[in-house]
Design a protein around this ligand. Structure first.
Ligand SMILES: Cc1cc2nc3c(=O)[nH]c(=O)nc-3n(C[C@H](O)[C@H](O)[C@H](O)COP(=O)(O)OP(=O)(O)OC[C@H]3O[C@@H](n4cnc5c(N)ncnc54)[C@H](O)[C@@H]3O)c2cc1C
Length: 415
């Protein structure tokens, strides 16, 4: 029997994971990516325990775990003067959630995903594509169609739209949905050479401003920053100058890192999130995953992790022999409540870092300091229910043997 066809729009973290997952389930997968090459943008990414367990399903979890660099070294939350507000170690986080948090260059994660793509998966870069018809799995059994900018038309039994936060597929499927809205802050990201001395992993919170520095396994540092500013601003004299104005008086090594980076190597993105969930993550034969389905603030570091979860859970439901309407309804049933909750919690986390009033920030810091002294594990508790998630099944093989549906809601990690 010939394999059913799956078309993936977008080769970001979500789209590539979906391609790996669906090909493992027996789909013939084609990926259409608008960018001329798979050159990953976005500097660094934190792969959380929930996504590691999802990646285990396609045999990639251990390859990411092997790149873990944060172990018993103290890291945590600081004030702009460098004082520690809360401290923890990578080992404590790993013990709480059953797996570590792994900081990687985004290119490393993309390369790992690409290395897992079987030879029969076609990835076409330089190919912007748009949904033509979401398809109808009902009586007429009409395939979905996707049209490239050059006018080429692809038919498929399943379309996975992983086309990111400004997803045209989302707008086509749910035109009445308001889409993402500005979250009130902008972000900067860059990769830096480490200064001679080891930098402990940290976030530093100021008044409406945040900085993070995370060591990467290859010895470089991933630096990110955020500031509460009106939407759409860009620094007339370059983003390095803007970072220097905002963070140039903060503790070591922030000024040194900013001094060393070139403005053109600093990524700046205003943050948008979907405060109103979609009515469903699918329509017809088309399913939305990742930021296309549920863009969130980066404040819990979960956007990419949730796109990995989506792709792996989709693979678990997408038995090629199963009615696609049943598959996609099960996917929405699993993913919509979970991702809506993570969007809400990411927005709540963002409220802590976008406070601009001096007294409110002083109170926040005092509460964090007191809670940390009284309950040393408290800093990690904010990720309970998110980082402790496991996929419904551990392997696609076990899913094939059993057609029973299990929920993808949070559960403690098992053996
Ligand atoms: C400052 C910052 C820090 C972050 N840190 C983290 C973190 O530590 N951990 C984490 O998990 N997440 C993090 N995120 C969020 C994360 O970057 C996103 O959630 C994640 O990249 C979403 O993946 P995706 O595959 O859904 O979309 P994307 O990565 O945006 O990929 C979409 C792809 O679709 C392509 N595309 C779009 N339209 C078309 C079209 N018409 N035709 C063909 N291709 C198309 C695009 O070119 C792109 O390659 C952070 C975000 C920010 C802003």
């Amino acid at each position: 029997m010939s394999k059913p066809r799956a078309l993936v729009i977008g080769a970001g973290v979500g789209g590539l994971t979906a391609a790996v997952a669906l090909s493992a389930r027996g789909w013939r997968v084609t990926v259409l990516e608008r960018a001329p090459a798979l050159e990953p943008v976005g500097a660094g990414i934190a792969v959380a325990p929930n996504a590691l367990r999802a990646l285990d399903v396609v045999g990639l979890g251990d390859a990411v775990r092997a790149l873990r660099s944060w172990t018993d070294e103290g890291g945590g939350l600081r004030t702009p003067s460098g004082r520690w507000l809360a401290r923890t170690t990578g080992d404590k986080a790993a013990a709480r959630f059953g797996d570590p948090l792994v900081l990687l260059a985004r290119s490393t994660l993309v390369d790992l995903l690409r290395s897992r793509l079987p030879a029969d998966v076609t990835v076409r870069t330089g190919t912007p594509a748009a949904l033509d018809d979401p398809g109808d799995p009902g009586e007429g059994k009409r395939p979905a169609t996707v049209r490239t900018e050059d006018g080429e038309v692809f038919e498929a039994e399943l379309v996975v739209a992983a086309d990111g936060i400004h997803s045209a597929t989302r707008r086509a499927l749910f035109p009445a949905h308001p889409g993402p809205r500005y979250a009130g802050f902008t972000t900067w990201r860059f990769l830096a050479e480490a200064p001679g001395e080891r930098v402990p992993p940290h976030e530093t919170w100021g008044r409406g401003t945040t900085w993070g520095t995370q060591p990467l396994p290859d010895g470089r540092l991933y630096a990110y920053a955020a500031a509460t500013v009106p939407e759409g601003q860009r620094a007339p004299d370059g983003e390095r100058a803007e970072l220097m104005r905002l963070f140039g008086t903060w503790h070591w090594p922030l000024p040194q890192l900013i001094q060393a980076v070139r403005s053109e190597d600093v990524l700046r993105n205003d943050v948008h999130h979907m405060t109103e969930p979609l009515p469903a993550h699918h329509a017809g034969r088309t399913v939305l995953i990742g930021d296309a389905a549920h863009a969130m603030t980066p404040s819990a570091g979960q956007g990419g992790n949730q796109s990995i979860e989506d792709a792996i859970v989709l693979g678990q439901h997408a038995d090629p022999g199963r009615d696609i309407a049943v598959t996609l309804a099960a996917h929405t049933r699993d993913r919509l409540p979970r991702t809506s909750e993570v969007v809400r919690r990411s927005a709540r986390a963002a409220r802590m870092t976008t406070l601009t009033s001096g007294p409110a920030c002083a109170l926040r810091n005092a509460v964090i300091g007191a809670v940390t002294r009284l309950a040393p594990g408290a800093a990690l508790r904010v990720m309970d229910g998110i980082a402790d998630w496991s996929p419904p099944q551990r392997t696609y093989a076990s899913q094939s043997r059993s057609s029973a549906h299990t929920s993808g809601q949070s559960r403690p990690p098992g053996p």
